[in-house]
Design a protein around this ligand. Structure first.
Ligand SMILES: NC(=O)c1ccc[n+]([C@@H]2O[C@H](COP(=O)([O-])OP(=O)(O)OC[C@H]3O[C@@H](n4cnc5c(N)ncnc54)[C@H](OP(=O)(O)O)[C@@H]3O)[C@@H](O)[C@H]2O)c1
Length: 266
C-alpha cells in the first residue's frame, strides 16, 4: 500500500517486535530511525537502511538527536527485569522521557503495551500497571496516537492471521487464552496506524483468529470507538485505577507531559 514517506523513530528497535517494525517501516518507504543502546549490536540485527541513533530512555540527556524532526514514533520498549531495567524505569518512565524530549514536536505516536493490562495484576513487579500508566502519559500528551495491546506473541496457529481488534480489555486471564498474534502482524499494525486516519486516538487489544491476513486495516480501525477526549483511560476500560490513589510522582509526570507537549505557540 502506498503511503506518504515520513521520518519514523522506533524506540525498542532491537527488540523482537521493534526489529520487525523497523523492517516494515523501511518497506513502506519511510525514513526509519532506530533508537538503540548498542550501535554494533543494532548494526548486526537491523537493515542497512535503518538510521542508527544511540540513546537510553532512562537517560533523558541522550534522547535529543533521536527525536529531532520526527513525524512519527513507534514505542515497543520492554524492560528485562535486571537491576537497572524495571517496569517502572523503562516501560513507564522511558515513555515519559521520550514524550518530554519531544518538546514542541508533534509526531504521530504508536505505542505497544499488552492485552490484560487493566487486570491490576502485581506479577513482574506490577508490569501491567506501569504499562497502563505509560498509556495514560500518551493520552495526556495531546499528541495523536494509536495504542495497540497485543495478545501472546507468535502463539497463533498457522491458519490464525485473521485480525481481531477488541476494546474494553476484558480478557485478563494472563494466559494465551486471552488471544494470540504473530509478531509480524503486530509490527504491520503499528506501522499502518501511523498513516491511517481512522486509527487516530484509538486503543485496542490485538489478536488473531482463524483466517487470512486482511489487506486493508482501515475498516478494522474505523470500527473502533475513539478514546474519550481528556480521559486518561481507554474507552470502555474498567475504571479500577483511580487517579487520586496513584503515586504522587505519577500524577506529577502526567502534568509534566501535558505541559511539555502542549506549550510553545501551536
Ligand atoms: N511476549 C508476549 O507474548 C507479549 C504479549 C504482549 C505484550 N508483551 C510485551 O512486549 C514487550 C516485549 O516486546 P519485545 O519482545 O519486542 O521486547 P524485547 O525483545 O525484550 O525488546 C525490548 C527492546 O527495548 C529496548 N530497551 C530496553 N531498555 C531500554 C533502554 N533503557 N533504552 C532504550 N531501549 C531499551 C531493548 O534494547 P536492547 O536491545 O538494547 O536491550 C529492546 O530493543 C514486553 O514489555 C511485554 O510485556 C509481550
Amino acid at each position: 500500500m502506498a503511503t506518504t514517506p515520513m521520518t519514523v523513530l522506533v524506540v525498542g528497535a532491537t527488540g523482537s517486535i521493534g526489529r520487525l517494525v523497523v523492517a516494515e517501516s523501511i518497506a513502506r518507504g519511510h525514513i526509519t530511525r532506530a533508537l538503540v543502546r548498542d550501535a554494533s549490536k543494532a548494526r548486526r540485527s537491523l537493515p542497512n537502511e535503518a538510521q542508527i541513533t544511540v540513546g537510553d530512555v532512562t537517560r533523558p540527556d541522550t534522547l535529543a538527536q533521536a527525536v529531532a524532526d520526527v513525524d512519527a514514533v513507534v514505542l515497543t520498549l520492554g524492560s528485562d527485569g535486571s537491576a537497572h531495567s524495571s517496569p517502572e524505569s523503562v516501560d513507564y518512565a522511558g515513555i515519559r522521557n521520550v514524550l518530554v524530549a519531544l518538546g514542541t514536536e508533534k509526531p504521530r505516536i504508536a505505542l505497544m503495551t499488552a492485552i490484560g493490562l487493566t487486570s491490576r495484576s502485581s506479577v513482574y513487579d506490577h508490569l501491567l500497571d506501569w504499562k497502563r500508566r505509560s498509556e495514560r502519559l500518551v493520552r495526556a500528551s495531546g499528541l495523536p496516537y494509536t495504542i495497540v495491546r497485543p495478545g501472546w506473541f507468535d502463539m497463533n496457529g498457522p491458519d490464525e492471521h485473521g485480525l481481531v481488534f477488541l476494546q474494553g480489555d476484558t480478557r485478563r486471564s494472563g494466559s494465551p487464552a486471552d488471544g494470540v498474534i504473530a509478531r509480524r502482524q503486530i509490527a504491520q499494525v503499528l506501522v499502518d496506524a501511523l498513516t491511517t486516519p481512522e486509527a487516530a486516538n484509538r486503543t485496542f487489544e490485538l489478536i488473531a483468529e482463524s483466517g487470512s491476513a486482511p489487506t486493508d486495516l482501515a475498516p478494522l480501525f474505523g470500527a473502533l470507538r475513539q478514546d474519550t477526549p481528556g480521559s486518561l483511560d481507554a474507552v470502555a476500560d474498567e475504571a479500577n485505577m483511580p487517579l487520586e490513589q496513584e503515586p504522587r510522582h505519577v500524577r506529577e509526570d502526567l502534568a509534566a507531559v501535558t505541559a511539555s507537549t502542549r506549550t510553545t505557540g501551536t
